[in-house]
Design a protein around this ligand. Structure first.
Ligand SMILES: Nc1nc2c(c(=O)[nH]1)N[C@H]1C(S)=C(S)[C@@H](COP(=O)(O)O)O[C@H]1N2
Ligand SMILES: [Mo]
Length: 355
C-alpha cells in the first residue's frame, strides 16, 4: 500500500509537453491489422491548423508546364487508390537512450498502420506536366512555427523519381473516413516505406524546383549523425523493426508485466522499408527461436508474427528481432545516433512469471 516517493528531475517539462501532445500507439494495439484512427500515433511539430475543407486548395507550382490549383472536391473525382501503410516516426525509440536528444521521448510506440485513400501523386504531377529540369519536389504544409530558431512552414521534399512512385498518395481519407484534423485534414501526402516525416500533413502546395530543397526539416533535421558536425545521411526508408504485444498484465505505474505460467501465445508485428520481412525470432533470456510469420499482406504494411511460449516461473526477459529480404537484421543494441533517429534496436520486455 506504500505510496511512490516523489521524483526530483528526470524528464524535462518540454519533453513531457511533447509526449502528451504527440501520443503513441499503445502496444496492445499491435493486435489490429489496421490501427483504429484514435489509436494511431501522432507527431505534430507546431499547432494543428484549423482548416475548412470547403475553402482548401492544393497549388501545384514551380517547374511545371501547367500550374494548377485544385480543390478537395475536384481531387476526390480523380481515380483513387487505397493502400495499407505502416508509418513509423524516425525518432521512435529515442527516449530509451541516455544521454538523449531533446525532442519527443518515444519509447517504442511511434508506429501504426492505416488505410489511406487518395489520388496517386504521379497523376497530379503528370497532369501538371512536371519539367525534366525538376531536381526536387517540395511539399509545403500550412502549419508554421520555429525550429532551431528558424521560422518556417513544415515542408519536406522528394526527388522526382520517388515522387512519381505509384504508391505515393495525396490522401483525403484514413480508414474509410475523412482525415481527422490531427492527421492532416483535409489533405496529406503519404509516402509508403519512408519514415513518417516524409508524409506531409495539411498539404497546401507542391513545388517543383531546380535544386535540392534546403528547408530546415529537409537539410538540417532528419539526418543520421554519429558525431557533432557530421554532415549525416538523410533519414529515408524505415529500418527493419519489430515489436510484440506485451504479455500478461501491467503494473499501473512501472508497466512491469506479470504473466501466468504455462503455455501462451506471443503476438507481434514486423516491418521494413527496404524489403519484405522474411524472418522474426523471439527470445527468452537470450535463447532465440523462430516465430511463425503470417501471410505477407501489402508490402507497405507490417507483417504479423506469433510464437508459442511455455512460461516458466521466475524473472524472464523477452525480446524479438526481425530480418528483411535484403538481409537487414535488427541490432541487439540501439544504433548510435545523435538525434535518436532510426532506433531499431530490439525490444526487450522484462516479465515476472508467477510461481
Ligand atoms: N505538416 C506537417 N506534416 C507532418 C508533420 C508535421 O509536424 N507537420 N509531422 C511529420 C512526422 S515527423 C510524422 S512521424 C508524421 C506523423 O503522422 P501522423 O501524426 O498522422 O501519425 O507526420 C509527418 N507530417
Ligand atoms: Mo516523425
Amino acid at each position: 500500500m506504500a505510496r511512490r516517493p516523489p521524483i526530483v528531475g528526470r524528464f524535462t517539462r518540454e519533453e513531457v509537453g511533447l509526449a502528451t501532445r504527440n501520443s503513441g500507439m499503445p502496444l496492445e494495439a499491435l493486435r489490429y491489422d489496421v490501427t483504429p484512427a484514435g489509436l494511431h500515433y501522432l507527431l505534430i511539430h507546431f499547432d494543428i491548423p484549423y482548416a475548412d475543407p470547403a475553402g482548401w486548395r492544393l497549388h501545384v507550382t514551380g517547374l511545371v508546364e501547367q500550374p494548377a490549383s485544385i480543390d478537395v472536391e475536384d481531387l476526390k473525382k480523380l481515380p483513387s487508390r487505397t493502400l495499407r501503410v505502416t508509418l513509423e516516426c524516425a525518432g521512435n525509440g529515442r527516449g530509451q537512450g541516455t544521454p538523449r536528444y531533446p525532442s519527443v521521448p518515444w519509447l517504442e510506440e511511434g508506429v501504426s498502420t492505416a488505410e489511406w485513400t487518395g489520388v496517386p501523386l504521379a497523376e497530379i504531377l503528370h497532369r501538371a506536366r512536371i519539367r525534366n529540369s525538376a531536381r526536387d519536389v517540395v511539399f509545403h504544409g500550412t502549419d508554421r512555427g520555429f525550429d532551431r530558431g528558424i521560422e518556417h512552414n513544415f515542408a519536406r521534399s522528394l526527388p522526382p523519381a520517388e515522387a512519381l512512385r505509384d504508391e505515393v498518395l495525396l490522401a483525403y481519407a484514413m480508414n474509410g473516413a475523412p482525415l481527422l484534423p490531427q492527421h492532416g485534414a483535409p489533405l496529406r501526402l503519404i509516402v509508403p516505406r519512408w519514415y513518417g516525416m516524409a508524409s506531409v500533413k495539411w498539404l497546401q502546395r507542391i513545388e517543383a524546383i531546380d535544386r535540392p530543397f534546403d528547408g530546415v526539416q529537409q537539410a538540417s533535421s532528419y539526418h543520421f549523425r554519429r558525431a557533432p558536425g557530421d554532415q549525416g545521411e538523410p533519414c529515408r526508408l524505415m529500418r527493419v523493426n519489430s515489436l510484440m504485444v506485451p504479455p500478461g498484465i501491467p503494473d499501473f505505474y512501472s508497466r512491469r508485466r506479470t504473466v501466468e505460467p504455462g503455455a501462451s501465445e506471443i503476438y507481434g508485428r514486423a516491418w521494413s522499408g527496404a524489403a519484405p520481412v522474411e524472418r522474426v525470432e523471439f527470445s527468452v533470456d537470450g535463447a532465440w527461436q523462430e516465430a511463425e510469420l503470417e501471410a505477407q499482406g501489402p508490402l507497405s504494411a507490417w507483417r504479423g508474427w506469433r510464437v508459442q511460449w511455455n512460461a516458466r516461473p521466475g524473472e524472464r526477459q523477452l525480446a524479438c528481432r526481425a530480418t528483411d529480404a535484403a538481409g537487414n537484421v535488427q541490432p541487439l543494441e540501439p544504433p548510435v545516433d545523435l538525434s535518436g533517429f532510426g532506433n531499431n534496436g530490439i525490444q526487450r520486455i522484462p516479465v515476472t512469471v508467477r510461481g
